[in-house]
Design a protein around this ligand. Structure first.
Ligand code: SF4
Length: 354
């Protein structure tokens, strides 16, 4: 059957009007012929540009506690079922977290993300991280995100009181596919943590890992769940098949064009959200990495927990070559025309020259 031509600009108009793409339109984005990749990217860029202009946020992760996790997330090198030869250590000291924050600041990071392995933090770890966050916030003009596993309501409130801006807790895949990637906790557990964080007044970051054997239906459901939850930030990871993990042979269906189509879909369905090309950017987008910044407005630099990534100066060069600008935290937030849709995310910050 000949494929019906898609008017990608019409999809952009729908997204900009706050309307949700229907299933046929969403599937058409993922099924875009490679020959139409540039019109698709142009339409997604129109949507990105209204809220984010040409600004790019840089995020830096620190793996503040590594390995020793009892959970069995099949993609993760730190899980109980992984034999990957990673470094294992307990929670970094306050001074260690401050040193890492300084390095993130030197990398022009908009946001510094403190990540710990494990099902969730102990109350003592919440206290130690909170103390470090207070010290970091008093020294650096940088937002702080914590990615610390499952949280109860009290723990979420303590992080909010310490000045944590945002909590990351990825949904990773659709509800129906979840038990294929992890059996020690559920999608519902993750939703509950996001609810506790929302009730504590924290901004939410929750994203995906594509390439874990999911079907098109799972990708659509997950992208719609982010819209329904109104998560301010959506990191899109592409599975890094780490030797020693159950998914060491995964991600066979990913290629640079497919990854770009996925990012465009997430942008159309979440028009004003912060969308980050996250783990696996270098592995799966390869020479097409700059094109990802047409639908997305944020990247990580300096690696992903146990895996290396692009160094900051190379990322600065990529952004400069695109004619885009790095966004930095500043008291003076620029006017953002047409920011509407579903609520809480407020782009803030000024740009810095690269
Ligand atoms: S993703 Fe987090 S909870 Fe899952 S195995 Fe890795 S460290 Fe543990």
């Amino acid at each position: 059957m000949p494929q019906t031509a898609i008017d990608y600009n019409q999809l952009a108009e729908l997204a900009l009007a706050g309307d949700e793409l229907n299933d046929a339109q969403a599937r058409a984005v993922l099924d875009t012929p490679d020959a139409d990749l540039l019109p698709l990217l142009h339409a997604a860029y129109r949507v990105r540009r209204r809220t984010w202009g040409n600004r790019v946020q840089l995020h830096v992760l620190t793996n503040a506690k590594s390995g020793l996790c009892p959970e069995d997330c099949h993609y993760c090198s730190q899980s109980s079922v992984s034999t990957a030869p990673i470094e294992k250590y307990r929670l970094m000291t306050r001074d260690g977290l401050l040193d890492e924050a300084r390095r993130a600041h030197d990398s022009k990071a908009f946001r510094y993300c403190i990540v710990i392995s494990g099902r969730g933090p102990t109350d003592a770890e919440v206290g130690e991280i909170s103390e470090a966050v207070r010290a970091i916030k008093s020294e650096f003009d940088m937002e702080i995100c914590c990615s610390v596993g499952l949280l109860n309501g009290d723990q979420a409130r303590r992080f909010a009181e310490a000045g944590v801006d945002r909590v990351n807790h990825n949904l990773n895949t659709s509800e129906r596919h979840y038990e294929k990637i992890c059996t020690t906790h559920t999608y519902a557990d993750r939703i509950e943590t996001l609810r506790h964080c929302r009730e504590a007044g924290l901004s939410l970051c929750s994203g995906a890992i594509f390439g874990q054997g999911e079907e098109t239906e799972d990708i659509l459901q997950l992208a719609r769940d982010f819209r329904r939850l109104g998560t301010e930030s959506i990191p899109i990871n592409f599975l890094i098949p780490i030797p020693g993990t159950p998914f060491a042979e995964g991600a066979a269906d990913l290629n640079p064009r497919r990854c770009l189509k996925m990012l465009c879909l997430v942008r159309f369905l979440n028009p004003d959200r912060e969308i980050r090309v996250a783990g696996g950017r270098e592995v799966h987008l390869r020479s097409l990495q700059p094109l990802a910044l047409y639908p997305a407005n944020s990247i990580f630099v300096r690696g992903y927990l146990t895996e290396p990534g692009q160094e900051a100066p190379d990322a600065w060069g990529m952004i400069r070559d695109l004619g885009f600008e790095i966004e930095s935290v500043s008291a003076e937030a620029p006017e953002v025309p047409g920011h509407a849709d579903h609520g809480a995310a407020q782009p803030s910050g000024a740009t810095v020259k690269v």
